[in-house]
Design a protein around this ligand. Structure first.
Ligand code: PLP
Length: 456
């Protein structure tokens, strides 16, 4: 702290330092707990509940837009970021803090390095916030980044259109499961590597360890969108990734109340393009600087609902994965279905690679999530006829719900990117994306069967 601050400010800093020591000790104790315990409790402790006087066993919600300070010294200390503060809810908020801590702990579970999280108003806001600072500065016109071609439709647009408007070129890797396909695309002007694991809707996956190594030889970060897997199945940081992004709207918020996103970054990440303080703790640096200027913050109420969703994450993901496998096996044997893509099917070409990375946390058994896709035998019109016949499974561009949801990607999530973009990403018009929920799988299978029967 600078000598220009009055003594009263120093007093607040000393008080905050003592509180920080207690918080660090509490966090270290929590980091030693199992995944489910972290998901259920997070950083909200008995000590905190009783200090507040009410003893509520669930985290309080702070809908307040701003924090009041005891006097000018505390305000000065807070606004200079010399003490922990939440200040103003565009920058931070106590309920959002609980959610960020839980996410950081779950995503860095079993990872030697620690991590911090930043939550955002949507998954797309998280992706944009995560990549923008890496594309800034020097080298205008030559800047590029390399991404798996199999990405979410919004990400495809962000990378190919919005980033091109800013002079940064995306180089797509079609065979992203083969690290050799990445190598020729990376050069001195590449700022980061990016992929989904597994991808929505194709379920492409890639060798996280090998692609992280490739990134690090160029001193750049690997960013992984692990929305579909969630930390219950995959924690990319433990395999060498630098930054994980999530749409919390999806599996993490399986109840379907909230649009939200998150960035979780490993402390001390690899990037020769970022300043030292940003590399040290990227998520916190984003929060305190670029993020507060852009403003895509999450409301306290949304954060509270998501905290509640996360408590049972592993159990939900295990249940939905088992249901998805049962449905995939049924569809694979159905005469009206041309092909089924589900990473859990032993004949899926990426099954061995996916099995190496996707395992139910603390159990070690392979599990592959709720997302599958299949192609109806026949034309695009047949696919629509089948789709319009669904009576239990919702037609919606949504996924990761406790309720089963289906869509035709070519006319919905991937409509915007055009025929050429769909061919690049491997999205034929007969493809149906199905996200299996928590219903009994027999009822989902029955609904699929009656809709397929309409095709004769
Ligand atoms: C939905 C989705 C996003 C975008 O998230 P929003 O919360 O809708 O902004 C990003 N990545 C993947 C894999 C998604 O499924």
């Amino acid at each position: 702290m600078s000598a220009n601050h009055p003594e009263g400010v120093a007093r607040y800093v000393r008080e905050a330092d003592r509180a920080l020591v207690r918080r660090r000790a509490q966090r270290a104790r929590l980091r030693a707990c199992k995944f489910d315990t972290i998901a259920v409790h997070g950083m909200y402790s008995m000590e905190e509940a009783f200090a507040g006087g009410q003893g509520g066993i669930i985290e309080p919600v702070f809908p307040s837009t701003s924090q009041g300070y005891r006097d000018s010294d505390e305000m000065e200390a807070a606004l200079a970021y010399l003490i922990p503060t939440w200040c103003y809810s565009r920058i931070h908020n106590p309920t959002v803090f609980y959610l960020e801590e839980t996410l950081a702990l779950l995503e860095s579970y079993g990872c030697p390095a620690d991590a911090s999280a930043l939550v955002t108003s949507s998954g797309m806001a998280a992706i944009k916030q995560a990549v923008e600072p890496l594309l800034a500065l020097r080298g205008e016109g030559r800047i590029n980044f390399v991404s798996a071609a199999q990405v979410y439709g919004g990400t495809f647009q962000l990378f190919s259109v919005r980033m091109a408007e800013r002079g940064a070129r995306v180089r797509w890797v079609r065979e992203s499961w083969d690290v050799e396909a990445w190598k020729p695309l990376v050069d001195e002007d590449t700022r980061f590597l990016y992929a989904e694991m597994p991808s929505n809707p194709q379920q492409a996956c890639f060798d996280v360890v090998a692609v992280a190594e490739l990134a690090h030889t160029f001193d750049i970060p690997l960013i992984v969108d692990a929305t579909i897997a969630t930390p219950a199945l995959l924690r990319p940081l433990a395999h060498g990734a630098d930054i994980v992004v999530h749409s919390l709207t999806k599996t993490a918020g399986a109840g379907g109340f909230t649009v939200a996103g998150a960035i979780i970054a490993r402390h001390g990440l690899t990037s020769r393009h970022l300043p030292e303080e940003a590399r040290a703790d990227y998520a916190t640096w984003l929060k305190l600087w670029p993020f507060r200027d852009s403003g895509p913050c999450l409301s306290a109420l949304s954060a509270f609902m998501l905290l509640n969703e996360l408590r049972m994450l592993r159990v939900k993901v295990a249940h939905m994965s088992a249901n998805a496998l049962a449905v995939a096996e049924h569809l694979a044997a159905h005469p009206r279905v041309e092909r089924v893509d589900y990473l859990g099917l032993p004949f899926h070409p990426l099954h061995p690679l996916a099995s190496r990375y996707m395992q139910l946390v603390d159990e070690g058994t392979p599990a592959f999530g709720h997302l599958l896709s299949f192609n109806v035998r026949g034309t695009a019109a047949d696919t629509r006829r089948f789709f319009d016949g669904l009576q239990r499974i919702w037609r919606a561009t949504d996924l990761g719900r406790v309720k089963s949801v289906a869509t035709i990607p070519a006319i919905s999530t991937h409509q915007q990117q055009g025929e050429e973009g769909r061919q690049l990403a491997g999205i034929p018009p007969t493809m149906v994306r199905l996200c299996v929920g928590a219903e009994h799988p027999a009822d989902i299978i029955a609904d699929l069967d009656q809709a397929l029967a309409r095709l004769g």
